[in-house]
Design a protein around this ligand. Structure first.
Ligand code: PLP
Length: 387
């Protein structure tokens, strides 16, 4: 077993070596521009992109022409929300979302609220789930879009996406979901769940960073999205810019591998997560599980330890990479908006530690982590005047 141990797989996942091998030729020999129509270098790159589009579509049961490549989930979310809002503002200016969304959604909605849109943010219960009846009540005649994440990046809560999709479809409102943490981790079917728009990203499923996708459902009445990046009209005009062929190939390969491994991998990882949880709570008092163990990603554990600040914990456990919240919020000292939304006090929210288990973690690492967590908490509590 090698140290440090990586247990921050919600922030990003290590690239699968098979993914890297699939990408390698597209940096070196197969370097063509996928839009070059006049020679074999361009055709080769284009066919690699189209193959990847099929691999990615398959993992969510979409059609390849429903996948638009972007630079990551943040860009997909911006394109979906701003692009949709701009295209449909004459129909209505009301959007429904939730309080526990990722900052990519919250900040984009905040921008839209400044340019005249009204946003309703649904609260969540202690398990991090929205209320389906409340969602139903919140949809008005001027509501144009519902944007609710599939799985949360801090506490792993998985929403009842099917129920949300059914309500949106019945009320003729479009449904966007940020599925960045879910794709490759839970089986997902955009058709069955009535999804219209979905944002996701390669680096959460053992693919490269800097590449993502927006699923746009093909409907009889096509969904209009105003492009946010203009130029050569790539990706059917939705997103201009020379395609990042090596990363697209890597995203495709990562999706294919995740599709093959999904059910066995999930089960194995959930067992490791449960072992970690049981190992910690059986040896320590004053450990609070943030969220519940049901309706939760199998790779996620979020705990608060009474009397222990997450910064001290993390400093003391340098041999294990865990996190005190979302990677993009690590620079702020504000308590997590997700944890306060599930009724944690500011103190509990500041004392929380997120463990994210992934494909390359093994049982020995979990056994070691349990030992280190117990030692660390006991040591910090023994020197804490507050405990
Ligand atoms: N949405 C969620 C739920 C995430 O966890 C992340 C990544 O942290 C993002 C969006 C942003 O993804 P990207 O890094 O591809 O822009």
């Amino acid at each position: 077993m090698k140290l440090p141990i990586y247990l921050d797989n919600h922030a990003t996942t290590p690239m699968d070596p098979q993914v890297f091998e699939a990408m390698r030729p597209y940096f070196l020999t197969k370097f063509g521009n996928a839009s070059s129509k006049n020679h074999s270098f361009g055709w080769e790159a284009n066919s690699a992109v189209e193959h990847a589009r099929k691999q990615i579509a398959k993992i969510i049961n979409a059609e390849p022409n429903e996948i638009i490549f972007t630079s990551g989930a943040t860009e997909s979310i911006n394109l979906a929300l701003k692009g949709f809002a701009e295209a449909y503002c004459s129909k209505g200016k009301h959007i429904v979302s939730s309080v526990i969304e990722h900052s990519a959604v919250l900040d984009t909605l905040n921008y839209l609220s400044k340019v005249g849109f009204e946003i309703t943010y649904l609260s969540v219960d202690q398990n991090g789930l929205i209320s389906i009846p409340k969602l139903n009540e919140s949809i008005r005649s001027d509501t144009i879009l519902v944007s609710i994440m599939t799985a949360n990046n801090e506490i792993g809560s998985i929403q009842n996406v099917k129920a949300i999709g059914d309500i949106c479809s019945a009320k003729n409102v479009l449904f966007h979901t940020d599925a960045s943490q879910a794709i490759g981790k839970i089986p997902f079917d955009v058709k069955e769940n009535n999804i219209d728009l979905m944002s996701f990203t390669a680096h959460k499923l053992y693919g490269p960073k800097g590449i993502g996708a927006l699923f746009i459902k093909k409907k009889r009445q096509p969904i209009k999205i105003t492009p946010q990046i203009l130029g050569g009209g790539h990706e059917n005009g939705y997103r201009s810019g020379t395609l990042n062929v090596p990363c697209i190939v890597g995203f495709g390969k990562a999706a294919e591998i995740s599709n093959q491994l999904l059910s066995n991998e999930n089960e194995r990882i959930a067992k490791l997560r449960n072992k970690l949880f049981q190992g910690i709570v059986s040896q320590l008092n004053g450990v609070n599980l943030n969220g519940s163990l049901t309706d939760r990603l199998g790779n996620n554990l979020n705990l608060s330890f009474d009397g222990i600040k997450s910064e001290s914990f993390i400093l003391e456990m340098k041999d294990i990479a865990v996190s005190s919240g979302a990677a993009c919020a690590s620079a702020t000292t504000k308590p997590s908006h997700v944890l306060t939304a599930i009724s944690c006090t500011n103190e509990e929210a500041k004392n929380s530690i997120r463990f994210g288990i992934g494909r390359f973690n093994v049982e020995e690492e979990i056994t070691y982590t349990i030992k280190r967590v117990v030692e660390t908490v006991e040591k910090l509590r023994s020197i804490s005047p507050a405990y």
